[in-house]
Design a protein around this ligand. Structure first.
Ligand SMILES: *Cc1c(COP(=O)(O)O)cnc(C)c1O
Length: 404
């Protein structure tokens, strides 16, 4: 699709508001929502050329939709990618990537700290089809290197991770992948292109859950992959069209509008998360706070350099406790005492959301996998939203101050 808003001429903040397909003949200022499954063809001849891929034009929404195109163009512009492809959810973006690029006998290296469903998808579901994989410690570059085999096709990293906010060196992993003839894919959900653009650091594919910060208001599910036009058109698009895990135009429109405020949200929520992380570090009931913006974070310097000087909006804290049972009881007490903030799976919302990873996002992992990921029973994750700082602190203190 053509557009006068060239990604090369404008700043990211401008592209986040302006990048979209051309206006319709009605001149709508806010991007139109094209809720249609099919498209009337101007002639049988044109229809034939469109189906043959010889001419641009929409035919059927599983193959393309203008609202979905607008979302893809806007995200690609923000990530500095040649192209993007929207999917129904973040997980279906990962499914599409693995399904399009791997075959039986290929090998993937990924971190043990990745999103729980990602670990299950690669380690269990793809294993059924003969795809081999090795999990490594997120921040141990030597372990990533040692895991590479002649049949390694993809290194897959997520940074920062959920919920411990571990950060890995994207540029170093990109070099490592390319030296081995493999690709580096990066899950950029937590940082978003506002903080970090993995393609500019050498990554080959960026994956998003649009459900998170791109929507930003916790309304719809969405996902996307960003890559070179060649990879999108030759490898990913044919599988998406046949596999059908496409993004609904309605959800695309919601996320498209959400992205208009991505920059101001990420900057405000990161600032608020940093202040809360520093405050939590001072609380006597808290053993440890995990947040890349803290100087106590093991990869603080790398994070600040890789993430535009911001730490993102997700932090976690571990409560002081004796046994795992005691730790779980304490975490549940803090969560059950909340009156303003939400006990809610999800993140990337304007509303602050807290979770207990050990019994939710990481609940389906085996005890060994959970131990390896470092997710204790006393860990609480906080995805910081836009409420007033004092109200967030007061709500946390309700539980912290009454711990027995
Ligand atoms: C939520 C999330 C996903 C999965 O996205 P869905 O939209 O829920 O399918 C993948 N990776 C990370 C880091 C996430 O936070």
């Amino acid at each position: 699709m053509t557009n006068k808003n060239s990604p090369h001429a404008l700043h990211p903040d401008t592209l986040a508001v302006r990048m979209a397909v051309e206006r319709s003949q009605y001149g709508e200022n806010s991007e139109a929502l094209y809720l249609t499954s099919g498209y009337v063809q101007p002639s049988a001849e044109v229809s034939a050329r469109r189906f043959a891929g010889e001419e641009d034009g929409y035919t059927y929404t599983r193959s393309g939709n203008p609202t979905v195109s607008s979302f893809e163009m806007r995200l690609a512009a923000l990530e500095g990618a040649e192209a993007a492809l929207a999917t129904a959810t973040g997980m279906s973006a990962i499914l599409l990537m693995l399904f399009s690029l791997l075959k039986s006998g290929d090998h993937v290296v990924y971190s043990q700290s990745m999103f729980g469903s990602t670990i299950k998808l690669i380690g269990t579901e793809f294993a059924r089809f003969g795809v081999e994989s090795t999990v490594v410690a997120q921040t141990d570059l030597a372990a990533w290197q040692a895991a590479i085999r002649p049949n390694t096709k993809i290194l897959f990293a997520e940074t920062p991770t959920n919920p411990l906010t571990e950060v890995c060196d994207i540029a170093a992993l990109a070099d490592m992948a390319h030296n081995a003839g493999a690709l580096l894919a990066v899950d950029n959900c937590f940082a978003t292109p506002i903080l970090q653009r993995p393609l500019s650091l050498g990554a080959d594919i960026v994956m998003h859950s649009g459900t998170k910060y791109l929507d930003g208001q916790g309304r719809v599910m969405a996902g996307a992959l960003c890559a070179s036009a060649q990879m999108i058109n030759e490898k990913l698009l044919p599988v998406l069209r046949n596999g059908g895990m496409v993004l609904s135009p309605f959800n695309a429109w919601v996320v498209l509008k959400g992205m208009e405020t991505l920059g101001i949200r990420m900057r405000a929520q990161s600032a608020s998360a940093l202040a809360l992380a520093q405050w939590l570090e001072q609380q006597p009931q808290v053993a440890r706070v995990f947040y890349p913006g803290l100087t106590s974070h093991p990869q603080h310097a790398l994070s600040m350099q890789q993430m535009s000087g911001l730490g993102g909006a997700v932090l976690s804290f571990d409560l002081k406790a004796g046994t795992p049972q005691d730790a779980r009881m304490r975490a549940f007490h803090v969560l059950d005492s909340l009156q303003t903030l939400s006990l809610c799976t999800n993140l990337g919302d304007t509303k602050t959301l807290l979770t207990h990873p050990a019994s939710t996002s990481h609940g389906k992992l085996s005890e060994d996998q959970r131990q390896a990921a470092g997710i204790g029973q006393g860990l609480v994750r906080m995805a910081v939203g836009l409420e007033h700082h004092d109200d967030m602190k007061a709500d946390l203190l309700r539980g912290l101050d009454t711990l027995k």
